[in-house]
Design a binder for this molecule. Structure first.
Ligand SMILES: [Zn+2]
Length: 244
């Protein structure tokens, strides 16, 4: 699956620069052609002017703009994925719907009257395909991925990254979350996925290989390790602030 194949489905990647990284690292927002000529955003970057400018450029490259944003779907509450939501809401028409985890939807109700909690297996229909929202706790308790079953496209956010073990909140206090992550990885491994569209980096195939690598890493980590040693063991991406 190439970027061109994705474009034919009305999907394109918008890289958002991570502040303070050299060379410049990025996280992804995904733009998706929505019904009625609008556009949906899966995640929307940071709450910074630079991030909003990157989103504006990315929408422009797809021939659209904030004025056409109809829906925002937030994969999880980390700042680089959903910190920009208030700014985007200010720039978009005021009937935009936001879909997010239950706790995040509740927090957004005072800035968006159409903030809805995503249910597991909830169907969302875009212009050219439909997805199921899948709750995949682990990286955070409320993380949601999107799966287009027919096309085999899996929007993984930070649940599955190629070449990096996503940060899972540290044991032992969050041992349940680590167990949940293991279960979520097994759930993903059982799906027929052709291509993963991740929260960082370019699309990749071979999700079962990556799931297997992460499960192996988790199995060898010491439970009860301190946050500092955990950070060393998870490598790149470990500096990201944790949240729910
Ligand atoms: Zn995250």
């Amino acid at each position: 699956v190439t970027e061109l194949d994705l474009r034919a489905l009305g999907i394109w990647r918008i890289p958002i620069p991570l502040p303070g990284t050299h060379p410049r690292e990025t996280v992804n927002a995904w733009a998706i052609e929505d019904v009625d000529g609008g556009v949906a955003l899966l995640d929307c970057g940071f709450d910074t002017p630079e991030s909003v400018a990157a989103l504006a450029d990315g929408l422009d490259e797809g021939g659209t703009s904030f004025q056409s944003v109809r829906r925002i779907i937030l994969s999880h509450s980390h700042a680089e994925h959903s910190g920009g939501v208030r700014r985007v809401l200010e720039l978009a028409p005021n009937d935009v719907a936001v879909h997010a985890s239950r706790s995040q939807a509740v927090r957004l109700r005072h800035v968006c009257r159409r903030a809805y909690p995503l249910r597991d297996r909830e169907r969302l229909r875009f212009r050219r395909f439909a997805v199921s929202a899948l709750r995949m706790p682990g990286h955070t308790a409320g993380l949601t991925c999107l799966f287009a079953e027919y096309e085999g496209i899996f929007f993984s956010s930070d649940h599955l990254l190629n070449g990096t073990v996503p940060v899972v909140t540290c044991a032992p206090a969050n041992a349940d979350l680590r167990e949940a992550y293991r279960a979520s990885l097994l759930r993903l491994g059982a799906l027929d996925v052709r291509v993963v569209l991740p929260g960082r980096g370019v699309p990749f195939a071979g999700h079962r290989r990556v799931v297997g690598e992460i499960l192996t890493t988790l199995a060898h980590e010491r439970w009860g390790a301190t946050p500092a040693t955990r950070r060393e063991s998870v490598g790149r991406g470990a500096g990201v602030a944790e949240g729910t």
